[in-house]
Ligand binder design. Sequence first.
Ligand SMILES: Nc1nc2c(ncn2[C@@H]2O[C@H](COP(=O)(O)OP(=O)(O)O)[C@@H](O)[C@H]2O)c(=O)[nH]1
Ligand SMILES: [Mg+2]
Length: 297
Amino acid sequence: MSFKSGFVGLLGQANAGKSSFINALLGQKFLIVSEKRQSTRYRIRCVLTLPGAQIVFVDTPGLHKPVDKLSRYLIKQAYAALSGLDVLVYMTEPWGKLHEEDQKAFEHLKNFSKPILLLINKIDLADAATLEETTRAYRQTGLFREIIPISCKQEANLGLAANKIAELLPEGPKFFPDEIRTDRSQEFIIAEFIREKIFQLTHKEIPYSTVVEVTHMAEREDGELLEIFANIYVARESQKAILIGSGGKMIKQIGTLARQEIERFLGRKVYLDLQVKVHRDWNESEAEIVRMLDRVR
Ligand SMILES: Nc1nc2c(ncn2[C@@H]2O[C@H](COP(=O)(O)OP(=O)(O)O)[C@@H](O)[C@H]2O)c(=O)[nH]1
Ligand SMILES: [Mg+2]
C-alpha cells in the first residue's frame, strides 16, 4: 500500500476541544487547553506519523462572534488556514441540533472542495438520544464525508478518527521525520504553557490582553537547572497590577503552575522567571497585533 500524507485543518467553535484532540492523539501536550474561549491564537502544526500515513494537523483559532480587533483578526486567520488543506476536520459538540454558529461557519465551507469530516466531541457529556439527534441534524447538511462521535476526555474513538482522516489523505511523501511532532520551537511551547496558566487564573479581559515571550533559556552553571526567562506583555498599567496581584501573589501562582507544566514537558527541573511589562494598547490595531503575536515563533 502506498504512503499517504497531507495537511489537515481543525475548525470549529471555540472550546469544542480541537486542541485537546490533537494533544490526545499525539500522546503529549503541545497545545494549550482552556475552559475559556479563544485560547488558541497561533497556527500550530502537529505531526502524527502512523505506519501508512502522516497527518499534519493545523490547529487554528476557533470560530466565534468577533468581539474586538484581536478576535476579528484570529477568525480571519482561521479561515485563511483553509487554503492548502487536504482534509478538513470540523469539530462540534452534541447539542442535539444544528448549532446556529456552526450553520454560519458552514456557509463558508460550501465551496470547499476537499473532504470534510465531522467529529462530534464530548460524547461523555451526552446521552445516546441527544447524540443520535445531533448526528442526524449534521448529516442533513450534506457537507460531511464521515461523522464520528468521540471523547477526548475518555479517549473514545480517537484511533478510529485518526484512521478515517488518514484514509481521506492523498498519496504523498513523509514531510517530517518520525520523531518530529510539532513545527514550533521549545521556547514557543513554553511561552504557550505560561499563557495557559494566565488563562486559568485570570479573568475578564486579562487573558486576552497578554502576550508571552520567552527571552532567554540557558543551563545553570551547576547543570542542575534550566533557567527560563519570559516577559508577559499586557496592554495597560491596570492589567499589570492585576497580573502581579497583591504582594505578587498572582504572578507567583502563575509561575508555579507554569513551571510544573514546563517540567512535565521537558522532563527536567527548571527555574522560571516572569516579568510583567506594559506594551500600551497593543491589541487596539491589527498592525500592532501582528507585530506582538509575531514575537513568539
Ligand atoms: N467533557 C469533556 N470535555 C472536553 C473534551 N474535550 C475537551 N474538553 C474540554 O473542553 C474545553 C476546551 O478544550 P480545548 O481543547 O481548549 O478547545 P478548543 O478551543 O477547541 O481548542 C477544555 O476545558 C477541555 O478540557 C471531552 O471529550 N469531554
Ligand atoms: Mg484550541
